[in-house]
Design a protein around this ligand. Sequence first.
Ligand code: PEP
Ligand code: MN
Length: 342
Amino acid sequence: MLIVMRDHATSDEIDHVVERLREAGAEAHLSRGEVKSIIGVIGDRETIYGLELEGLPGVEEVVRVLKPYKLVSRDFQEADTVVRAGSAVVGGGAVAAIAGPCSVESEDQIVSTAHAIADAGGTMLRGGAYKPRTSPYAFQGLGEDGLEMLRKAGDESGLPVVTEVLDVRDTDTVAAYADVLQVGARNMQNFMMLDELGSADKPILLKRGLSATIEEVLAAAEYVLKGGNRDVILCERGIRTFESYTRNTLDLAAVAALKTLTHLPVIVDPSHATGRRELIAPMSRAALVAGADGVMVEVHPDPEHARCDGPQSILPSAFQQLMDDMTPLLELDRRHWGREPV
Ligand code: PEP
Ligand code: MN
Protein backbone atom coordinates (compact mmCIF):
# COMPACT_ATOMS: atom_id res chain seq x y z
CA MET A 1 0.00 0.00 0.00
CA LEU A 2 1.12 3.52 -0.75
CA ILE A 3 0.07 6.62 1.15
CA VAL A 4 0.27 9.78 -0.87
CA MET A 5 0.44 12.90 1.33
CA ARG A 6 -1.04 16.24 0.26
CA ASP A 7 1.28 18.81 -1.32
CA HIS A 8 3.39 20.43 1.39
CA ALA A 9 2.05 18.17 4.14
CA THR A 10 3.75 19.17 7.40
CA SER A 11 6.39 17.05 9.12
CA ASP A 12 4.00 16.58 12.03
CA GLU A 13 1.34 15.19 9.72
CA ILE A 14 3.81 12.82 8.06
CA ASP A 15 5.27 11.70 11.38
CA HIS A 16 1.80 11.04 12.74
CA VAL A 17 0.94 8.71 9.83
CA VAL A 18 4.27 6.89 10.20
CA GLU A 19 3.67 6.54 13.92
CA ARG A 20 0.19 5.07 13.42
CA LEU A 21 1.63 2.52 10.98
CA ARG A 22 4.44 1.48 13.30
CA GLU A 23 2.02 1.17 16.23
CA ALA A 24 0.05 -1.27 14.08
CA GLY A 25 3.18 -3.33 13.46
CA ALA A 26 3.72 -2.21 9.85
CA GLU A 27 6.91 -1.02 8.20
CA ALA A 28 6.72 2.53 6.82
CA HIS A 29 9.17 3.69 4.14
CA LEU A 30 9.07 7.42 3.71
CA SER A 31 10.03 9.07 0.46
CA ARG A 32 10.09 12.79 1.19
CA GLY A 33 9.88 15.15 -1.80
CA GLU A 34 10.05 18.94 -2.16
CA VAL A 35 6.28 19.10 -2.58
CA LYS A 36 4.96 15.60 -2.15
CA SER A 37 5.81 12.84 0.23
CA ILE A 38 4.88 9.23 -0.25
CA ILE A 39 4.89 6.49 2.38
CA GLY A 40 5.33 2.88 1.25
CA VAL A 41 3.79 0.41 3.69
CA ILE A 42 4.56 -3.26 4.27
CA GLY A 43 2.59 -5.32 6.78
CA ASP A 44 -0.61 -7.20 7.37
CA ARG A 45 -3.06 -5.96 4.76
CA GLU A 46 -6.25 -6.18 6.79
CA THR A 47 -4.73 -4.52 9.86
CA ILE A 48 -3.44 -1.66 7.75
CA TYR A 49 -6.74 -1.20 5.87
CA GLY A 50 -8.46 -1.21 9.26
CA LEU A 51 -6.55 1.95 10.24
CA GLU A 52 -8.58 3.97 7.69
CA LEU A 53 -5.64 6.28 7.08
CA GLU A 54 -7.59 8.29 4.50
CA GLY A 55 -9.06 10.24 7.39
CA LEU A 56 -5.76 11.45 8.90
CA PRO A 57 -4.67 15.06 8.45
CA GLY A 58 -2.39 15.58 5.45
CA VAL A 59 -3.32 12.33 3.70
CA GLU A 60 -4.41 12.79 0.08
CA GLU A 61 -4.83 9.23 -1.12
CA VAL A 62 -4.29 5.66 -0.06
CA VAL A 63 -3.36 3.43 -3.00
CA ARG A 64 -4.01 -0.26 -2.50
CA VAL A 65 -1.44 -2.24 -4.37
CA LEU A 66 -2.43 -5.69 -3.19
CA LYS A 67 -5.42 -7.39 -4.77
CA PRO A 68 -8.41 -8.33 -2.59
CA TYR A 69 -8.09 -11.96 -3.67
CA LYS A 70 -5.45 -14.65 -3.61
CA LEU A 71 -6.80 -18.22 -3.85
CA VAL A 72 -8.59 -17.56 -7.14
CA SER A 73 -5.53 -16.03 -8.74
CA ARG A 74 -3.41 -17.62 -11.46
CA ASP A 75 -0.40 -16.60 -9.38
CA PHE A 76 -1.61 -18.92 -6.63
CA GLN A 77 -2.48 -21.79 -8.98
CA GLU A 78 -1.27 -21.77 -12.55
CA ALA A 79 -3.16 -24.79 -13.87
CA ASP A 80 -6.84 -24.48 -14.82
CA THR A 81 -9.32 -25.67 -12.23
CA VAL A 82 -11.45 -28.47 -13.60
CA VAL A 83 -14.94 -28.66 -12.09
CA ARG A 84 -16.89 -31.90 -12.20
CA ALA A 85 -20.61 -32.36 -11.56
CA GLY A 86 -22.09 -35.74 -12.43
CA SER A 87 -21.20 -36.40 -16.06
CA ALA A 88 -20.29 -32.75 -16.74
CA VAL A 89 -16.75 -31.38 -16.74
CA VAL A 90 -15.89 -27.69 -17.03
CA GLY A 91 -12.43 -26.19 -17.44
CA GLY A 92 -9.02 -27.33 -18.60
CA GLY A 93 -10.19 -27.81 -22.19
CA ALA A 94 -13.57 -29.31 -21.27
CA VAL A 95 -16.38 -27.02 -22.41
CA ALA A 96 -19.87 -26.77 -20.90
CA ALA A 97 -23.10 -26.46 -22.87
CA ILE A 98 -25.68 -25.67 -20.20
CA ALA A 99 -29.23 -25.20 -21.42
CA GLY A 100 -32.78 -25.12 -20.19
CA PRO A 101 -35.67 -22.82 -19.44
CA CYS A 102 -35.42 -19.70 -17.34
CA SER A 103 -37.79 -21.33 -14.88
CA VAL A 104 -39.21 -24.75 -14.26
CA GLU A 105 -42.91 -24.44 -15.15
CA SER A 106 -44.23 -28.00 -15.18
CA GLU A 107 -42.94 -31.55 -15.17
CA ASP A 108 -43.81 -31.95 -18.82
CA GLN A 109 -42.00 -28.75 -19.81
CA ILE A 110 -38.75 -29.53 -17.99
CA VAL A 111 -38.61 -33.24 -18.80
CA SER A 112 -39.24 -32.74 -22.53
CA THR A 113 -36.70 -29.87 -22.65
CA ALA A 114 -34.13 -32.00 -20.81
CA HIS A 115 -34.43 -34.82 -23.35
CA ALA A 116 -34.09 -32.38 -26.25
CA ILE A 117 -30.99 -30.82 -24.67
CA ALA A 118 -29.39 -34.20 -24.03
CA ASP A 119 -30.14 -35.27 -27.62
CA ALA A 120 -28.51 -32.08 -28.92
CA GLY A 121 -25.35 -32.82 -26.94
CA GLY A 122 -25.86 -30.39 -24.05
CA THR A 123 -23.78 -31.19 -20.98
CA MET A 124 -25.98 -29.78 -18.20
CA LEU A 125 -29.60 -28.78 -17.60
CA ARG A 126 -30.56 -25.41 -16.11
CA GLY A 127 -33.89 -24.27 -14.69
CA GLY A 128 -34.88 -21.89 -11.92
CA ALA A 129 -37.18 -22.96 -9.10
CA TYR A 130 -36.68 -19.77 -7.10
CA LYS A 131 -36.68 -16.77 -9.44
CA PRO A 132 -35.27 -13.32 -8.68
CA ARG A 133 -37.88 -11.10 -10.35
CA THR A 134 -37.78 -7.33 -10.55
CA SER A 135 -41.48 -7.13 -9.80
CA PRO A 136 -42.89 -8.86 -6.73
CA TYR A 137 -46.04 -9.59 -8.79
CA ALA A 138 -44.16 -11.58 -11.44
CA PHE A 139 -43.94 -15.39 -11.36
CA GLN A 140 -41.56 -16.29 -8.55
CA GLY A 141 -40.93 -19.93 -9.48
CA LEU A 142 -42.37 -23.24 -8.24
CA GLY A 143 -40.04 -23.57 -5.24
CA GLU A 144 -39.39 -27.06 -3.94
CA ASP A 145 -41.93 -28.60 -6.36
CA GLY A 146 -39.83 -27.10 -9.16
CA LEU A 147 -36.66 -28.59 -7.69
CA GLU A 148 -38.28 -32.02 -7.65
CA MET A 149 -39.29 -31.70 -11.30
CA LEU A 150 -35.82 -30.50 -12.25
CA ARG A 151 -34.19 -33.44 -10.47
CA LYS A 152 -36.52 -35.87 -12.25
CA ALA A 153 -35.70 -34.26 -15.62
CA GLY A 154 -31.99 -34.49 -14.87
CA ASP A 155 -32.21 -38.14 -13.85
CA GLU A 156 -34.31 -39.12 -16.85
CA SER A 157 -32.10 -37.35 -19.36
CA GLY A 158 -28.78 -38.15 -17.67
CA LEU A 159 -27.92 -34.45 -17.38
CA PRO A 160 -26.60 -32.90 -14.17
CA VAL A 161 -28.71 -29.92 -13.08
CA VAL A 162 -27.91 -26.37 -12.07
CA THR A 163 -30.36 -24.11 -10.28
CA GLU A 164 -30.26 -20.90 -8.29
CA VAL A 165 -30.06 -20.51 -4.52
CA LEU A 166 -31.97 -17.27 -4.11
CA ASP A 167 -31.92 -17.14 -0.34
CA VAL A 168 -29.19 -18.44 1.93
CA ARG A 169 -31.89 -20.17 4.03
CA ASP A 170 -32.71 -22.43 1.06
CA THR A 171 -29.14 -23.66 0.59
CA ASP A 172 -29.67 -27.14 2.06
CA THR A 173 -32.98 -27.65 0.25
CA VAL A 174 -31.51 -26.66 -3.12
CA ALA A 175 -28.36 -28.69 -2.49
CA ALA A 176 -30.51 -31.77 -1.83
CA TYR A 177 -31.73 -31.66 -5.46
CA ALA A 178 -29.10 -29.84 -7.53
CA ASP A 179 -25.68 -30.87 -8.82
CA VAL A 180 -24.46 -27.27 -9.15
CA LEU A 181 -25.65 -24.31 -7.06
CA GLN A 182 -26.11 -21.04 -8.92
CA VAL A 183 -25.56 -17.65 -7.30
CA GLY A 184 -27.49 -15.12 -9.35
CA ALA A 185 -26.22 -11.73 -10.44
CA ARG A 186 -28.21 -9.99 -7.70
CA ASN A 187 -26.58 -12.11 -5.01
CA MET A 188 -22.99 -11.90 -6.24
CA GLN A 189 -22.08 -9.73 -3.29
CA ASN A 190 -24.30 -11.47 -0.75
CA PHE A 191 -21.29 -12.22 1.39
CA MET A 192 -23.20 -14.33 3.92
CA MET A 193 -24.40 -16.55 1.11
CA LEU A 194 -20.90 -16.80 -0.39
CA ASP A 195 -19.57 -17.74 3.03
CA GLU A 196 -22.23 -20.42 3.44
CA LEU A 197 -21.52 -21.85 -0.03
CA GLY A 198 -17.86 -22.04 0.87
CA SER A 199 -18.71 -25.07 2.97
CA ALA A 200 -21.18 -26.62 0.52
CA ASP A 201 -20.10 -29.88 -1.11
CA LYS A 202 -21.49 -28.90 -4.51
CA PRO A 203 -19.85 -26.76 -7.21
CA ILE A 204 -20.95 -23.13 -7.41
CA LEU A 205 -21.90 -21.23 -10.58
CA LEU A 206 -21.24 -17.61 -9.67
CA LYS A 207 -22.80 -15.02 -11.96
CA ARG A 208 -21.30 -11.59 -12.38
CA GLY A 209 -23.25 -8.82 -10.66
CA LEU A 210 -25.08 -6.28 -12.80
CA SER A 211 -22.51 -3.62 -12.12
CA ALA A 212 -19.65 -5.64 -10.69
CA THR A 213 -16.08 -5.01 -11.77
CA ILE A 214 -13.79 -7.89 -12.71
CA GLU A 215 -12.00 -7.43 -9.40
CA GLU A 216 -15.29 -7.64 -7.49
CA VAL A 217 -16.21 -10.88 -9.29
CA LEU A 218 -12.89 -12.38 -8.28
CA ALA A 219 -13.22 -11.16 -4.69
CA ALA A 220 -16.70 -12.74 -4.52
CA ALA A 221 -15.29 -16.07 -5.74
CA GLU A 222 -12.51 -15.71 -3.17
CA TYR A 223 -15.13 -15.90 -0.39
CA VAL A 224 -16.24 -19.33 -1.61
CA LEU A 225 -12.70 -20.66 -2.02
CA LYS A 226 -11.70 -19.27 1.35
CA GLY A 227 -14.51 -21.33 2.90
CA GLY A 228 -12.93 -24.47 1.43
CA ASN A 229 -15.00 -24.97 -1.73
CA ARG A 230 -12.61 -24.90 -4.68
CA ASP A 231 -15.24 -25.72 -7.32
CA VAL A 232 -16.39 -22.37 -8.62
CA ILE A 233 -17.42 -21.57 -12.19
CA LEU A 234 -17.64 -17.86 -13.05
CA CYS A 235 -20.32 -16.62 -15.43
CA GLU A 236 -20.32 -13.42 -17.47
CA ARG A 237 -23.99 -12.52 -18.02
CA GLY A 238 -23.81 -8.95 -19.23
CA ILE A 239 -23.48 -5.72 -17.29
CA ARG A 240 -25.56 -2.55 -17.08
CA THR A 241 -24.51 0.16 -19.49
CA PHE A 242 -26.19 3.08 -21.27
CA GLU A 243 -27.20 0.73 -24.11
CA SER A 244 -30.86 -0.26 -24.00
CA TYR A 245 -31.29 -2.15 -27.27
CA THR A 246 -29.85 -5.22 -25.57
CA ARG A 247 -30.97 -6.20 -22.06
CA ASN A 248 -27.39 -5.87 -20.81
CA THR A 249 -24.00 -5.46 -22.49
CA LEU A 250 -22.05 -8.66 -22.96
CA ASP A 251 -18.52 -8.00 -21.76
CA LEU A 252 -16.44 -10.53 -23.65
CA ALA A 253 -13.23 -8.68 -22.80
CA ALA A 254 -13.96 -9.59 -19.19
CA VAL A 255 -13.98 -13.25 -20.18
CA ALA A 256 -10.57 -13.02 -21.82
CA ALA A 257 -9.28 -10.95 -18.90
CA LEU A 258 -10.64 -13.35 -16.28
CA LYS A 259 -8.95 -16.24 -18.07
CA THR A 260 -5.60 -14.53 -17.54
CA LEU A 261 -6.31 -13.56 -13.91
CA THR A 262 -7.86 -16.74 -12.55
CA HIS A 263 -7.58 -20.50 -12.90
CA LEU A 264 -11.35 -20.88 -12.42
CA PRO A 265 -13.48 -21.79 -15.43
CA VAL A 266 -15.42 -18.90 -16.98
CA ILE A 267 -18.64 -19.37 -18.94
CA VAL A 268 -20.95 -16.96 -20.75
CA ASP A 269 -24.72 -16.54 -20.53
CA PRO A 270 -25.71 -14.83 -23.79
CA SER A 271 -29.42 -15.03 -22.91
CA HIS A 272 -29.42 -12.59 -19.98
CA ALA A 273 -26.58 -10.64 -21.58
CA THR A 274 -28.55 -9.76 -24.71
CA GLY A 275 -32.20 -10.46 -23.92
CA ARG A 276 -32.74 -11.15 -27.63
CA ARG A 277 -33.22 -14.55 -29.22
CA GLU A 278 -31.53 -13.66 -32.52
CA LEU A 279 -28.30 -12.73 -30.73
CA ILE A 280 -27.87 -15.96 -28.79
CA ALA A 281 -26.11 -17.97 -31.50
CA PRO A 282 -23.58 -15.32 -32.59
CA MET A 283 -22.74 -14.37 -29.01
CA SER A 284 -22.36 -18.03 -27.98
CA ARG A 285 -19.91 -18.60 -30.80
CA ALA A 286 -18.07 -15.38 -29.95
CA ALA A 287 -17.85 -16.46 -26.31
CA LEU A 288 -16.09 -19.67 -27.22
CA VAL A 289 -13.69 -17.87 -29.52
CA ALA A 290 -12.92 -15.44 -26.68
CA GLY A 291 -11.86 -18.42 -24.59
CA ALA A 292 -14.97 -19.10 -22.50
CA ASP A 293 -15.15 -22.56 -20.94
CA GLY A 294 -18.78 -22.87 -21.91
CA VAL A 295 -22.11 -21.23 -22.48
CA MET A 296 -25.39 -21.23 -20.60
CA VAL A 297 -28.40 -20.70 -22.85
CA GLU A 298 -32.11 -20.41 -22.14
CA VAL A 299 -34.05 -23.00 -24.14
CA HIS A 300 -37.84 -23.37 -24.01
CA PRO A 301 -40.16 -25.67 -25.99
CA ASP A 302 -42.71 -22.86 -26.41
CA PRO A 303 -40.97 -19.51 -25.84
CA GLU A 304 -44.09 -17.54 -26.69
CA HIS A 305 -45.85 -18.96 -23.65
CA ALA A 306 -42.83 -19.05 -21.32
CA ARG A 307 -43.64 -17.67 -17.85
CA CYS A 308 -40.27 -15.95 -17.76
CA ASP A 309 -37.74 -14.65 -20.33
CA GLY A 310 -39.52 -15.98 -23.44
CA PRO A 311 -38.05 -13.31 -25.78
CA GLN A 312 -34.51 -14.47 -25.06
CA SER A 313 -35.28 -18.21 -25.13
CA ILE A 314 -34.51 -20.33 -28.15
CA LEU A 315 -36.28 -23.49 -29.32
CA PRO A 316 -34.66 -26.91 -28.78
CA SER A 317 -34.15 -27.14 -32.57
CA ALA A 318 -32.19 -23.86 -32.54
CA PHE A 319 -30.10 -25.19 -29.66
CA GLN A 320 -29.31 -28.29 -31.71
CA GLN A 321 -28.19 -26.06 -34.58
CA LEU A 322 -26.09 -23.97 -32.18
CA MET A 323 -24.35 -27.07 -30.82
CA ASP A 324 -23.55 -28.16 -34.38
CA ASP A 325 -22.13 -24.69 -35.12
CA MET A 326 -20.05 -24.49 -31.93
CA THR A 327 -18.42 -27.92 -32.18
CA PRO A 328 -15.94 -27.00 -34.97
CA LEU A 329 -14.88 -23.93 -32.95
CA LEU A 330 -13.88 -26.16 -30.05
CA GLU A 331 -11.99 -28.47 -32.32
CA LEU A 332 -9.97 -25.53 -33.66
CA ASP A 333 -8.74 -24.96 -30.08
CA ARG A 334 -8.27 -28.68 -29.44
CA ARG A 335 -11.00 -28.52 -26.82
CA HIS A 336 -13.99 -30.81 -26.33
CA TRP A 337 -17.45 -30.85 -24.84
CA GLY A 338 -17.17 -31.58 -21.12
CA ARG A 339 -19.04 -34.82 -20.85
CA GLU A 340 -17.84 -38.10 -19.43
CA PRO A 341 -19.46 -41.35 -18.29
CA VAL A 342 -20.24 -41.51 -14.59
C1 PEP B 1 -30.85 -16.92 -14.33
O1 PEP B 1 -29.81 -17.41 -14.83
O2 PEP B 1 -31.90 -17.54 -14.21
C2 PEP B 1 -30.83 -15.53 -13.84
C3 PEP B 1 -31.82 -15.06 -13.10
O3 PEP B 1 -29.75 -14.84 -14.22
P1 PEP B 1 -29.04 -13.55 -13.56
O4 PEP B 1 -28.88 -13.84 -12.11
O5 PEP B 1 -27.76 -13.47 -14.32
O6 PEP B 1 -29.95 -12.38 -13.85
MN1 MN C 1 -33.90 -15.96 -17.21
